[in-house]
Ligand binder design. Structure first.
Ligand code: AMP
Ligand code: MG
Length: 351
C-alpha cells in the first residue's frame, strides 16, 4: 500500500479538499494518521469493526487493548455512552475540547472490536483544529490510538508516523509538531470515586476542581500479563526506545557522578551510550557521549513535549545504553515519570 503524506493547516477552507479525501478513506474502512494536541493518532471508523481490526494490525497491537473513541461535539458522547454520571458532564464542560479521556459504559452501537471486548468505551474530544475538522468530516466517531507501532515511543511529528507506518496505512495528515507531547489523561468514570487510569497533562489537582474525589491506579506498572487490569493497555510494554533505558534517581550530585561513571564504563567496553539531562545540568557531564538536553527544569511543558522525540532521536543515533535523570516536576512530573518508567521497563537505579 502507498501511504500519502499531506500537509494541513487547521483552516477549514484551505484544508477542505484534504479532509474530503481523508473522510472518504475512513468511510471506506481505511486508516489515516492525524495530529492531535497530545500525540499523533491512528484514525479509523470507531463504529466499523473491520476498521478496528485494521488498526490493531497496522500497529501490531494486541486486540484486547482498547481504542479511544474521538468525537468533535460534546453531545456525541451521549450517542456512544450510557449511564453517564453528572460528574462526567461536568468534566466534559471544564476540560473538553482537550487532553482528557473518560471511560464510560458503551452503547450497543460501539463494536466490541473497538473496546477490546469491554462493556466500556473511552471517549475524548480533542482540541486540535485539524483533528476536529477531520473527525466531523469522517462521520463523528473516530477510533484513534497513538500512531506508533505497538511498544514504540508515541509520535509527535508526521515524520515519526512515516517511520512507523509507511506502507501500512492510506494517509498521514501532517499538521506539524504536536503541542503537548504526552497522551491524554484517562479517567474511569464508571467507578466511585472516578479513578485516573493514565496520568497526563490534566493532573489530579485539576480534576479535583470538578470531581470532588478522584483516585488513581498507579499500580499499573507491574501488572502480570494474564490479569485484567482496569486500563488493559497498561499491561503491555510501552514507549520503548531500541536502546536500553535506565533511570538514575537520588540526590542530584550523586546522580550526575553515577551517570558519568556508568557511561564511561559502557564506552570503555565499546558500547554507544548517552545521557538525558536538563538544561541546568548539561555542563556537568564530563563524557564524550551525546548529552541530550530535554529542557529546563523550570519548563516542564518542554520536558513533556520533548520526551518521546528524544527517545526516537537516540534510536536514530544507534545508542545502545541511555541513562536519564528523573524529571519529577511539580505539575506534570507524574505523567512524565509514568512514561519514562514504562519506557525503561522499570529499570531504575536508586542511589
Ligand atoms: P493509546 O490509544 O495508545 O493512547 O492507548 C489507549 C489506552 O486507553 C489503552 O491502552 C487503555 O489503557 C485505555 N483504554 C481505552 N479504552 C478503555 C476502556 N474502555 N477501559 C479502560 N481503559 C481504556
Ligand atoms: Mg499508545
Amino acid at each position: 500500500m502507498r501511504t500519502r503524506i499531506v500537509k494541513a493547516c487547521g483552516d477549514p477552507v484551505l484544508d477542505g479538499g484534504i479532509m474530503e479525501q481523508a473522510a472518504r478513506i475512513i468511510k471506506e474502512g481505511g486508516l489515516v494518521a492525524i495530529p492531535t494536541e497530545t500525540v499523533y493518532g491512528l484514525a479509523g471508523d470507531a463504529l466499523n469493526p473491520d476498521s478496528a481490526r485494521k488498526i490493531y494490525e497496522a500497529k501490531g497491537r494486541p486486540s484486547d487493548n482498547p481504542l479511544i473513541v474521538h468525537i468533535a461535539r460534546e453531545e456525541d458522547m451521549d450517542a456512544i455512552a450510557k449511564d453517564i454520571p453528572d460528574e462526567a458532564y461536568a468534566a466534559a464542560e471544564r476540560f473538553w475540547p482537550g487532553p482528557l479521556t473518560m471511560v464510560l459504559y458503551k452503547k450497543d452501537i460501539v463494536p466490541y472490536e473497538t473496546t477490546g471486548g469491554l462493556d466500556t468505551v473511552a471517549v475524548r474530544f480533542p482540541e486540535n483544529p485539524i483533528a476536529r475538522e477531520f473527525i466531523l468530516a469522517a462521520g463523528g466517531y473516530i477510533a484513534a490510538p497513538s500512531a506508533n507501532l505497538s511498544g514504540r515511543p508515541s509520535c509527535t511529528t508526521a515524520e515519526h508516523c512515516r517511520q512507523d507506518l509507511d506502507g501500512r496505512i492510506e494517509m498521514i495528515i501532517d499538521g506539524g509538531e504536536v503541542g503537548i507531547g504526552l497522551e491524554s489523561t484517562i479517567v474511569d468514570m464508571t467507578v466511585k470515586p472516578p479513578c485516573i487510569l493514565r496520568q497526563g497533562y490534566i493532573n489530579e489537582a485539576m480534576l479535583q476542581e470538578v470531581l470532588r474525589d478522584v483516585g488513581s491506579d498507579d499500580a499499573g506498572h507491574e501488572v502480570p500479563d494474564d490479569s485484567r487490569p482496569k486500563a488493559p493497555g497498561m499491561k503491555y510494554r510501552h514507549y520503548s526506545p531500541k536502546g536500553k533505558l535506565c533511570i538514575v534517581q537520588g540526590e542530584r550530585d550523586s546522580v550526575i557522578s553515577e551517570i558519568n561513571r556508568l557511561i564511561r564504563e559502557k564506552e570503555s567496553r565499546g558500547y554507544r551510550a548517552a545521557v538525558i539531562t536538563s538544561d541546568e545540568d548539561k555542563d556537568r557531564y564530563d563524557i564524550k557521549a551525546p548529552v541530550m538536553v530535554i529542557g529546563s527544569l523550570d519548563d516542564e511543558d518542554m520536558i513533556a513535549h520533548r520526551l518521546f522525540s528524544i527517545l526516537r532521536e537516540l534510536d536514530d543515533m544507534g545508542i545502545e545504553y541511555i541513562y536519564s535523570e528523573s524529571f519529577d516536576t511539580p505539575r506534570l512530573g507524574k505523567a512524565i515519570m509514568d512514561r519514562m518508567l514504562r519506557a525503561s521497563g522499570n529499570n531504575v537505579i536508586r542511589i
